[in-house]
Design a protein around this ligand. Structure first.
Ligand SMILES: Nc1ncnc2c1ncn2[C@@H]1O[C@H](COP(=O)(O)OP(=O)(O)OP(=O)(O)O)[C@@H](O)[C@H]1O
Length: 272
């Protein structure tokens, strides 16, 4: 079992806790392709941890290993001090790991509010069907879920669009709704797959602020993949750098920025 008691204080004075997840010697192969090669790192309670690297480096594959969606070919994943075995989809959902996707995965025809409510499905005791059949009015359970969702809507400043069908929203707001839905699951670890991709400068600034505010307000442990280096350096407490499936750097942004292997990977080889 890992030592969960230690931690560190960030430059901006935030308390980071002990190890929440540990990835030990992870290798992931797809037939003849080795997407991840013998990578180890940990994720600490309350930290913002970035995974960066050139295209094809293995970042998305690693996010899928963290989420439990992929079982590594070799290596171990330890979560909250316990070794994680192979899991069924409902077990993965119950782990408390929520994510957003590179390509937005929302229900376009449904309102913002209803989309965010779907984030609470795994926490609902009675299923959606029984809730829908409750013709006498909203159940107590649904009220409680609504209350949590309303708090997130307030926090992410999306009250004015709560009834709007998601399909009608501009891209930046859709991404914010996706973040809201992931938060609605009250995740132990929040995984963000390129949260700023395709955004303009203003939208990026907003998203940065929300990720930092969410971490501050809810203490949410966050793992993100992001291509915009400025964003990564501003947001993250620690950064893992991948290249061709291998780990070539791991540490605070300043350390990683000055790592020669990282500089070479980004400057030298244009494999995107
Ligand atoms: N399902 C799969 N089947 C076969 N090969 C895969 C699969 N998923 C990923 N790969 C391969 O594994 C390698 C790593 O891919 P991955 O998508 O994890 O990289 P990435 O760093 O996220 O890339 P990008 O920045 O372009 O999204 C690539 O060579 C890719 O082609």
């Amino acid at each position: 079992m890992n030592d969960m008691s230690d931690g560190y204080i960030t430059a901006d004075g935030r308390q980071i806790g002990g190890v929440l997840m540990e990835l030990k010697n992870i290798t992931l192969k797809f037939g003849g392709v080795t997407a991840i090669s013998d990578i180890s790192f940990d994720i600490r309670q309350g930290e913002i941890r970035a995974i960066i690297g050139p295209n094809g480096a293995g970042k998305s594959s690693m996010l899928n290993v963290i989420s439990g969606f992929y079982i590594p070919t070799e290596g171990e994943v330890w979560f909250k001090g316990y070794k994680r075995g192979p899991m069924r989809p409902y077990e993965i959902a119950g782990l408390g790991i929520a994510r957003t996707f590179q390509n937005i995965a929302l229900f376009d025809g449904m309102s913002v509010l209803d989309n965010i409510m779907t984030g609470r499905l795994t926490l609902m005791k009675s299923g959606l069907l029984s809730q829908a059949m409750w013709w006498g009015g909203a159940s107590k359970e649904e009220d409680a879920h609504r209350e949590k969702v309303e708090k997130i809507i307030d926090f992410l400043e999306i009250q004015p669009i709560r009834k709007t069908p998601v399909g009608r929203l501009p891209y930046g707001l859709k991404k914010r709704v996706e973040l809201a839905r992931a938060l609605a699951a009250e995740p132990k670890i929040l995984l963000l797959d390129e949260p700023m991709a395709g955004m303009n400068v203003e939208e990026k600034e907003d998203m940065c602020r929300f990720i930092l505010d969410v971490n501050d307000e809810f203490g949410t442990t966050t793992v993100l993949i992001e291509h915009d280096m400025g964003v990564v350096m501003d947001l993250s407490d620690r950064v893992v750098v991948m290249d061709y499936g291998r780990k070539i750097g791991d540490g605070p942004p300043d350390e990683v920025r000055n790592n020669q292997d990282v500089i070479d990977a980004y400057l030298g080889v244009a494999h995107d």
